[in-house]
Design a protein around this ligand. Sequence first.
Ligand SMILES: [Zn+2]
Length: 87
Amino acid sequence: MADAEAPGPVRTCVICRRRLPKKELLRHVRRLDAEADAWTLTPDPRQTAAGRGWYCCSRPDCRERMAGYKAFRKTSRGRVHERKSSG
Ligand SMILES: [Zn+2]
């Protein structure tokens, strides 16, 4: 049954853990920063990039903390080799 009140997809802000409509969240995707040899999060305003997304709500506090958000790396398995400082 079609329901006009049906909510759209809901996602959780990774910072404050609030559940919000996906369209109210800013999607981020991971991107390999070759220079730093590390994954970084980059905004995906069109929400079309492939792969897993991390969502951040519009609170200034959350946006600020999202810039320094590192926990996503825990789920970024493989691919990147941790470079050991040897000399
Ligand atoms: Zn938030």
